[in-house]
Design a protein. Structure first.
Length: 476
């Protein structure tokens, strides 16, 4: 399962390791996303040493790696330059590219090990001596900037730096493991359980979403009940403000001001920045800009990267805490610990699933446009994202590889009372933003989760530049 839908990531890593030019690769992603499984699958085709960093002090880290390198005895107090020098000697004796994998490399960082400089130096020597040595680090994305900066500071013999990010599986790749007979049922399941393989492996596809939620999240010994908090606290020493930020974002993407309001003990909005940067580095949230904004623009939004985390922080965390005023009771009473899990689901979650899905569907639609739109539109997105400004807000917009501009509205429940028709919203956004103006083709895309009303189907059919993309098309 971990490798399903990973062809792009597998290909990027293989391309780097096939080269005889030394490289440093960082494989990043959220916990449980399959980073280690992907690396193990690729390096089995090369001479390699796979080393998992342990949660030990820095001298013990060096000692363990020295023991793994083998060959001539290496004193346990050997420094990083000498250790990586021994690695270079070992790689020089192989005809094919040799690969060192340092998995859980964040433990080296936590031990304050000064390994990056010596590692880059040895890779530079490998490049100068034409030794095909590659090093793959498996760890958080926040390392990327430090590694890239160190490589750029090298002279002409610097190794290549490659970053392979392993995101949660998109809906189409995760769909075979999700419960539900109809495409919209599976899309709803994706909105709850997301695309992290470690979560998907727990699902029973033969029962519905509600039963899976009760068994995996609500029962006293549920295997996923504390997953969101456990994964967060493994990487953070003081997680309280991170909990507040993720709880705010669990209801949908938000701007800086909204996030700051969700962390009341921070007196200035600028104090939020380090916490957001840390969550981005861990792969838990992403930074988003409007597709018509300049790269230096400050208008940003932040969003949780996987639906499971959004669901956990929105529903399961309040349930676990028994918080007063949580969504479980309109009267504000905490849920009883003696209540049946089925009743908890019926009272606290099921009535709000549709609202939750309204915040999740745009993410799924953007996934579709970037990777899977070839079947529905004959081309995928060359650039894409959302389009927003003072007077317009379209959750999906971009340019296809065939040059056509596209604009999309996303409605989990089409035809809601009081909601403006999606084609009208799209037209207003196109006219106000001027994005894609002058292009010959400007497609209007109406994304729906549940089966759309007949009136909407007919309206889209009358417009030659409009397309209706439902859950079946999203699933493929």
């Amino acid at each position: 399962m971990e490798l399903l839908g990973r062809s792009r990531e597998l290909g990027a890593l293989r391309q780097a390791l096939d080269s005889r030019t030394p490289s440093l690769a960082l494989v990043s992603g959220v916990r449980g996303g399959g980073k280690s499984a992907l690396v193990r699958r690729v390096v089995q085709d090369y001479p390699h040493l796979l080393h998992v960093c342990a949660p030990l002090p820095e001298p013990a880290q060096r000692g363990r790696l020295a023991a793994r390198l083998g060959g001539a005895p290496i004193p346990k107090d050997t420094g990083w330059p000498e250790l990586f020098g021994a690695l270079l000697h070992r790689a020089a004796g192989t005809e094919r590219p040799f690969v060192l994998v340092l998995d859980d490399v964040h433990r080296l960082v936590e031990s304050r090990a000064r390994f990056i400089g010596p590692l880059i130096d040895v890779l530079g020597k490998a490049a100068g001596g034409e030794v095909p040595l590659h090093v793959v680090l498996v760890g958080p994305r926040e390392l990327s900037g430090k590694l890239e900066e160190a490589v750029e500071a090298m002279p002409d013999t610097a190794p290549e730096f490659v970053e392979v990010h392993v995101p949660p599986l998109r809906f189409r790749a995760a769909a075979p493991f999700l419960p539900g007979r109809r495409p919209d049922d599976r899309l709803r399941a994706y909105g709850v359980f997301g695309g992290i393989p470690a979560v998907l492996q727990q699902l029973d596809p033969d029962v519905g979403v509600g039963t899976n939620v009760r068994r995996l999240l609500l029962s006293p010994d549920a295997p996923l009940a504390d997953t969101g908090g456990v994964w967060l606290e493994r990487d953070l020493q003081a997680p309280a403000r991170y909990y507040a930020i993720l709880s705010t974002l669990s209801r949908g993407e938000a701007d800086w001001r909204t996030i700051h309001e969700g962390v009341p003990d921070l007196t200035r909005s600028g104090q939020v920045a380090p916490y957001l940067n840390k969550l981005v580095g861990l792969g838990l949230i992403e930074t988003r800009r409007s597709v018509d904004a300049s790269p230096s623009g400050r208008a940003r939004r932040y969003a949780i990267t996987d639906p499971f985390f959004a669901f956990w922080f929105r529903f399961i965390l309040p349930h676990r805490l028994g918080a007063v005023g949580d969504p479980w009771s309109a009267g504000g009473d905490p849920p009883s610990s003696e209540s049946a899990e089925g009743d908890d689901y019926a009272r606290g979650i099921r009535p709000q699933i549709d609202t939750h899905m309204e915040s999740i569907l745009p993410m799924v639609c953007r996934q579709h446009m970037s990777r899977d739109a070839l079947a529905t539109l004959g081309a995928v997105g060359r650039e894409g994202g959302s389009l927003w400004g003072p007077d317009y807000d379209l959750p999906v917009a971009g340019i296809l590889t065939n040059g056509a501009a596209y604009f999309g509205a996303c409605d989990w429940l089409s035809g809601r009372r009081g909601a403006r028709p999606p084609l009208r919203r799209i037209e207003e956004g196109m006219r106000t933003s001027r994005y894609g103006f002058g292009r010959q083709h400007r497609l209007r895309l109406v994304f729906t989760g549940r089966p759309p009303p007949v009136e909407l189907v007919r309206e889209v059919a009358r417009d030659p530049d409009a397309r209706l993309i439902d859950a079946e098309a999203l699933m493929g």
